[in-house]
Design a protein around this ligand. Structure first.
Ligand SMILES: [Zn+2]
Length: 279
């Protein structure tokens, strides 16, 4: 009898899903974990799920009711209330799932910049800014799926969190886009490490973001590192967790040395804290 239950335990742990999940926080700028009912999926293939036309990360699970969980990045601009996901069901018919976004209010942040050109860029800067923007967006939009595992992140550098994600920002009293990353203040030259394994997609010197690295972590999960002093990696590099990316600096639009760290799911910047390992 004992022997059989031991065997049963072994067998059931063998099919246990081996992935972590981000924290479920279904608010603007947050992440929603939505189970896809078993009745709507087939065992054979990973369901293709879309939110606002962007493909969504889907991870395996082992719930009685679901074999797959959609991990959805929710835009800061999303309105609280019901939102729809599109996906193909087991019969290859388009189906929808509804999930609920709850309200969240982020605080204001007011920043004074002496360099007026960084608040109201000149005409000649705008072309460069647009080109760089589309380079970043195409990295955020790209889809690679060589693994169905997610592991929680380590903070990429040592320092104080100086600005949380989501702050409603004003530069020299003019409203600008909300803060789409997490700022970690650290002395110039502090090393920055990959918070998880991945592949370098793009590096560049950008008008606002300064020296920047973008890393692909599979299934629509992309991270971005900005204002770096030096970049130590090149596009195409495969990185292990903990690989040296470069060093903290204050290049681009920065009032002091810090790392601006963005995390993107389905082309949507979300609060990086929700993907950190809190153990
Ligand atoms: Zn920042």
């Amino acid at each position: 009898m004992l022997f059989t239950s031991w065997l049963f335990l072994l067998a059931s742990s063998g099919v246990e899903a081996k992935t972590d999940f981000p924290q479920h926080s279904p608010v603007p700028g947050g992440v929603a974990l939505v189970s896809i009912p078993r009745s709507l999926t087939s065992d054979a293939s990973v369901p293709k799920v879309y939110f606002e036309k962007n493909r969504v990360m889907v991870l395996p699970t082992n719930e009685p009711e679901a074999q797959w969980i959609a991990v959805i990045g929710i835009p800061l601009s999303a309105k609280p209330g019901p939102q729809q996901l599109q996906f193909m069901d087991a019969d290859a018919k388009e189906n929808t799932l509804v999930f609920e976004v709850k309200p969240k209010t982020y605080e204001e942040q007011r920043i004074q910049l002496n360099n007026k050109r960084q608040v109201n860029p000149l005409k000649q800067d705008l072309e460069r800014i647009q080109r760089e923007q589309s380079e970043m967006v195409s990295a955020f939009k790209s889809w690679h799926s060589t693994s169905l595992e997610f592991s929680r992140f380590e903070l990429p550098t040592k320092g104080e969190i100086s600005s949380p994600f989501g702050l409603r920002r004003f530069f020299n009293d003019q409203p600008r886009n909300p803060h789409s990353g997490l700022d970690i203040a650290a002395p110039e030259g502090t090393p920055i490490y990959a918070p998880a394994s991945g592949q370098v997609m793009t590096t560049g010197n950008y008008f606002f973001n300064g020296n920047t690295v973008l890393i692909n972590h599979n299934n629509g999960l992309v991270t971005m590192y900005c204002h770096m002093h030096d970049i130590n990696v090149a596009p195409g590099d495969s990185l292990e967790k903990g690989a040296l990316l470069g060093f903290v600096g204050k290049t681009g639009r920065a009032t002091g040395a810090h790392l601006h760290w963005s995390v993107s799911l389905n082309n949507t910047r979300v609060d990086p804290v929700l993907l950190l390992d809190h153990k």
